[in-house]
Design a protein around this ligand. Structure first.
Ligand SMILES: [Fe+2]
Ligand SMILES: [Fe+2]
Length: 151
C-alpha cells in the first residue's frame, strides 16, 4: 500500500509553523523546569531561604506551563517534543548569576509566547488563545519580578 495512506495527522501537522512555535515554547519550559530545580537546590548564602522557595515555585509554574502547551499541541494534532531546549544551564552557587540566568530565560519565554499569540488568534480558537495568554502574562510578571530583584 502507498505509504501516504499511513501518514497520520501528526505527521501532517508536525510541519506547521504553529506546532514548531509551540514545541519551541515547550522545550524552553522543560529547560526552565531543569534550571529552576537545579538553582533551588544549589542556591547558597544569606538569600537561600527565600530564593530556594522562589525557584521551587518557578519549577511548579513551568510544569503547569509545559502541561498547557503540550495540551495545545495535542489539540492541534501535533507531536509534542520531549527534549528540553539545549542551551546550557550554568552551574553555580551564586544567586546573582542564577537571577541573571533566570532573567534571560524569562525574557526568551515571554518573547516566544508573544510570537505565538497572533498565530493562535488566526486559528480563531478562543479557549486556546486564553490559555496561552495566561502563560504570556505569567512570563511577563516573572521578567518584571526578576528585573526588580536584580536592581
Ligand atoms: Fe513558563
Ligand atoms: Fe517563566
Amino acid at each position: 500500500m502507498n505509504p501516504i495512506y499511513h501518514r497520520s495527522t501528526v505527521d501532517i501537522m508536525g510541519d506547521q509553523p504553529i506546532i514548531t512555535a509551540l514545541n519551541k515554547a515547550l522545550a524552553w519550559e522543560l529547560r526552565a523546569i531543569a534550571m529552576y530545580a537545579h538553582y533551588s537546590a544549589y542556591v547558597s548564602g544569606i538569600h537561600r531561604p527565600h530564593l530556594s522557595a522562589y525557584f521551587s515555585n518557578e519549577v511548579n509554574e513551568s510544569i503547569t506551563h509545559a502541561s498547557t502547551v503540550r495540551s495545545a499541541i495535542v489539540k492541534l494534532d501535533g507531536k509534542a517534543i520531549t527534549e528540553r531546549a539545549p542551551e546550557e544551564i550554568i552551574h553555580t552557587h551564586d544567586y546573582s548569576i542564577m537571577l541573571e540566568e533566570a532573567y534571560k530565560t524569562e525574557k526568551i519565554a515571554s518573547g516566544t509566547y508573544q510570537s505565538i499569540l497572533p498565530m493562535i488568534e488566526e486559528l480563531g480558537d478562543d479557549e486556546l488563545y486564553d490559555s496561552l495568554e495566561v502563560i504570556y502574562f505569567d512570563e511577563m510578571r516573572s521578567v518584571e519580578e526578576l528585573r526588580m530583584m536584580l536592581k
